[in-house]
Design a protein around this ligand. Structure first.
Ligand SMILES: Nc1ncnc2c1ncn2[C@H]1C[C@H](O)[C@@H](COP(=O)(O)OP(=O)(O)O)O1
Ligand SMILES: [Mg+2]
Length: 194
């Protein structure tokens, strides 16, 4: 089964909470037929299912902490295999959150062809998340948890970007711009993959 995704085009979408990863992924899906897998969305779906695993996950996520590595990776892999026949590529959104997660992903699934680094200022991310929190219903879109998520992002995820920069696959995207202008930069990076 895992053979099906062996040669798949894999794009890591990395950036702080509220940087605009989900927004850009949605546009990539519409234009390029990629499959969008947000690790956060997969986890929230598990929570919503009410399963025992979901309950444990909820407690961790509410504190703004990282969920155990194997759990996230298994969920991503299953979702990739499920879409293998219809997918032109995969957007792995919000993963890897730390270098070790990237290494495990490559061992179990494959190497990314590109890392889109969706970059916005801390104050911009906070503003966007507070606004999103008005309607998102996400337990972690509140001021206290946002601050923790940002701190963790800077500590754990920035080394991920440095790690893949050595391989020359990082494209830094200025996400301070309006959505469509951000997407114009994203398109260039994706087009280079063909
Ligand atoms: N370039 C941009 N300009 C203004 N607002 C943006 C933006 N990109 C995203 N947003 C808004 C949409 C959401 O309400 C919020 C967070 O975006 P998101 O795509 O959900 O971020 P992420 O998935 O990185 O957490 O910010
Ligand atoms: Mg998101």
């Amino acid at each position: 089964m895992a053979d099906k995704i062996k040669n798949a085009k894999i794009v890591f979408v990395v950036g702080g909470p509220g940087s605009g990863k989900g927004t850009q992924c949605e546009k990539i899906v519409a234009k390029y037929g990629y499959t969008h897998l947000s690790s956060g969305d997969l986890l929230r779906a598990e929570v919503a299912s009410g399963s025992e695993r979901g309950k444990q996950l909820q407690a961790i996520m509410q504190k703004g902490e990282l969920v155990p590595l194997d759990t996230v990776l298994d969920m991503i892999k299953d979702a990739m295999i499920a879409k293998a026949d219809v997918s032109k590529g995969y957007l792995i959104d919000g993963y890897p959150r730390e270098v070790k997660q990237g290494e495990e992903f490559e061992k179990k699934i494959g190497a990314p062809a590109l890392l889109l680094y969706i970059d916005a200022k801390g104050e911009t991310m906070v503003k966007r998340l507070m606004k999103r929190g008005e309607t998102s219903g996400r337990a972690d879109d509140n001021e206290e948890t946002i601050k923790k998520r940002l701190d963790l992002y800077y500590k754990a995820t920035e080394p991920v970007i440095a790690f893949y920069e050595q391989r020359g696959i990082v494209r830094k995207i200025n996400s301070e711009l309006p959505v469509d202008e951000v997407f114009a930069i994203v398109e260039k990076a994706i087009d280079e993959l063909k």
